[in-house]
Design a protein around this ligand. Structure first.
Ligand SMILES: Cc1ncc(COP(=O)(O)O)c(C=O)c1O
Ligand code: FES
Length: 400
């Protein structure tokens, strides 16, 4: 079991014991290849089929619309590349400035390959202006790729409204729903989404397995070229144990969707507790158009990294942004896009809860947090907005 108060579930989640139990036989006894003709392989093929049905059920999709991938990053890459190669005459892509690097860095690469990319901006609440989307869409737009919910702030975009606009212009619509799956109800049958990415390790399955929903009728050229697996949409012998795990995790996520209010109650208690006990704190991102498990809080005048290290000493795991960029001390591209002042930008912490989070854990964080912040602020050279240095930094950020 975990030996810390784990509030970093947007980075990754604990594998559910029931998921481990379901997948283990496929690492031991049932090691066959699902494509084999013999019945030993056939049994394994059945397990893959079952996993596909479970994922389809969570998404309100058909089993044939699910393609297993190795992770969310692969799903995003496969969807975007497939959309482009299916429409070779269209050379324009629309995405947002707050996407995960799996989309953002791919789009930057595609610009080098000759595509034009529009990066939609967000306001200080992290929300899009749909007029900007309408104005950007042209007959040359192959694809609009927008995340369902942001991994850093939890802000949720109005996906179906966006989809309506996209469909009017005949572009394909891809949604990175890695953070939304299991936290908001999804129904592909009534949705405008053409392709949707999800990742196992964010929903209590292991790392290294994911899925891509591809609406029936959407032309899909494989990203991973090889054998006939996944109906020719993704070559490579299936990660059977991973698929079984993802299927089980999807089943549990579907059940848990009914209880997601509990997670929200704990998140709100944590957030309100911090805001009321500690002065000069702000919530980053829209307060209600948000995932139920995420809060991103700016603690003015101190460094996020310092807060994280102090919390770590108390056995509390949180994050100052996305795991893949936290190695660099650059402020998060998401918080920068919100145009936050320098003092908030550098002092922001993301707490992301899961169904395992307890009231006792939230109590403990609320007990520790004020002392941590007070101690760091006492050492901070700039503890008011008037500090000349701070003002200079603000100007530099705005000019950036
Ligand atoms: C919004 C979003 N998209 C994509 C990914 C990438 O998923 P994976 O780690 O499975 O490649 C993540 C993971 O952090 C994410 O939060
Ligand atoms: S890969 Fe998700 S935080 Fe970077």
């Amino acid at each position: 079991m975990k030996d810390c108060i784990y509030l970093d579930n947007n980075a990754t989640t604990q594998v559910d014991p029931a998921v481990i139990e379901a997948m283990l036989p496929y690492l031991t006894t049932y090691f066959g290849n699902p494509s084999s003709m013999h019945s030993f392989g056939g049994q394994v093929g059945q397990a893959v089929k079952q996993g596909r049905l479970q994922i389809a059920s969570l998404l309100g999709a058909e089993a044939s619309e699910i393609v297993f991938t190795s992770c969310g990053t692969e799903g995003d890459n496969a969807a975007i590349r497939a959309a482009l190669s299916a429409q070779p005459n269209k050379r324009h892509i629309i995405t947002t400035v707050v996407e995960h690097p799996a989309v953002l860095n791919l789009c930057k690469r595609l610009e080098k390959e000759g595509y034009t990319v529009t990066y939609l901006s967000v306001d200080d609440q992290g929300l899009l202006d749909l007029h900007e989307l309408e104005a950007a869409l042209t007959g040359n737009t192959a694809l609009v790729s927008v995340m369902y919910a942001n991994n850093e702030t939890g802000v949720i975009f109005p996906i179906e409204e966006i989809g309506q606009i996209v469909k009017e212009k005949g572009a394909l619509f891809h949604v990175d729903a890695v953070q939304a799956v299991g936290k908001v109800p999804l129904d592909m049958k009534t949705s405008t989404i053409d392709m949707l990415t999800l990742s196992g390790h964010k929903i209590h399955a292991p790392k290294g397995i994911g899925a891509l929903y591809v609406r029936r009728g959407v032309r899909f050229r494989p990203f991973m070229i090889g054998g006939h697996q996944e109906r020719g949409r993704r070559g490579g012998t299936e990660n059977v144990a991973g698929i079984v795990a993802l299927g089980k995790a999807a089943e549990l996520a579907q059940q848990h969707l009914l209880e997601v209010e509990t997670e929200k109650r704990l998140r709100d208690r944590l957030e309100q507790g911090i805001l009321s006990a500690i002065p000069n704190t702000v919530v980053n991102g829209h307060s209600t158009k948000r995932l139920p498990n995420t809060t991103n809080i700016g603690f003015k005048y101190i460094e996020g990294e310092a807060i994280l290290l102090s919390l770590n000493q108390f056995g509390i795991c949180a994050s100052s942004g996305s795991a893949c960029t936290s190695g660099s001390l650059e402020p998060s591209h998401v918080l920068r896009a919100l145009g936050l002042p320098y003092s908030v930008l550098h002092g922001s912490i993301r707490f992301s809860l899961s169904r395992y989070t307890t009231d006792a854990e939230i109590d403990r964080v609320l007990e520790v947090m004020p002392q941590v912040v007070e101690r760091l602020r006492a050492m901070s050279p700039f503890n008011s907005d008037d500090a000349e240095w701070l003002q200079e930094q603000e100007k530099a950020v705005l000019a950036h």
